[in-house]
Design a protein around this ligand. Sequence first.
Ligand code: 0O2
Length: 315
Amino acid sequence: MTAPQTDSVAGIQQSTDTDLVAQESTDTDLVVESGSGPGTRSGARAVSRAGAYVETHAETHAEMQAESDAEKARHHEIKTELTRFMMSYKFATDEMMTKINILKEEFASIHDYSPIEHVSSRIKSPEGILNKALRKGCPLDLEDIRRQIQDIAGIRVTCSFISDTYRVLDMLTSQEDVTVLEVKDYVAAPKSNGYKSLHLIVAIPVFMSDRVEPVTVEIQIRTVAMDFWASLEHKIFYKYRGVVPANLVAELKEAADVANRLDIQMERLHNQVVALEPTVRAGDDLLSIAGLTPFALPTSLLEAIDRGRTSDATD
Ligand code: 0O2
């Protein structure tokens, strides 16, 4: 083994003996030096570099951790905001559903018939909202989304007859706390494909713990026949990704016309049957409220109220 030739240039120990090379490294990787025990100069530098390395990495790690914690905190905050946002639509839907169900029950109890056959509701998923926002070029900000996407809460009311759809529309839009933002009458003016429905966008106040939030709800009102047609057309539309073959478009249009004729005919028949109904019916001695056991209605009570009214009228 030759004696090591050492030289010191700019503090860097150089050696021709590979066993004793004190390597220099400019990167942050830890370099293990031969013959660099803590007692040697190169050893001391290695220890100090290792210490610096550990410190730098510890700092980087702490910074990354802090950044990730901050990100998690921001995401948590956004999740809370999103939850409140989505909840406001759920509450608005609940309020509108209560209103519609009150009308339904009231009609069923008093008129033996309700213009409302069926009601359903849905809340758009966050993913559905995101897709619609991107499609509409709406900024991804909750207030912009609230203003621009009006069908996050959606209710569908199906009625037996065409006149019922307008009746329900009138009953809902005349309620004091319901602000009508838009009405589209695709019943009077169907879309070119044959789609018929009444579309109503309303805002309803939702009373939260710290504020009152006006929340929009889209309500689609249509007959059972229109609904049947729309569900099938929707399926076909999505199956063909919006490019429906011409023969199917023509058949759908024809089916929409048939559904319309059926609606008109059924309503005519219904009106004929109603005209034949007796004014005094069996069960008039009972007071029936949906969901409750019928109350007996004593004739003496009816007579007493009747007497009171008659004397009021003659006073
Ligand atoms: P989806 O998948 O049902 O939610 P908007 O996009 O709502 O801001 P637009 O399209 O002018 O504005 O509103 P419009 O005409 O009132 O339609 C709203 C909804 O009515 C649609 O929602 C459909 O649910 C329904 N609709 C409208 N046209 C048709 C139709 O031709 N066929 C069927 N089957 N349904 C229809 P989305 O968001 O377009 O779709």
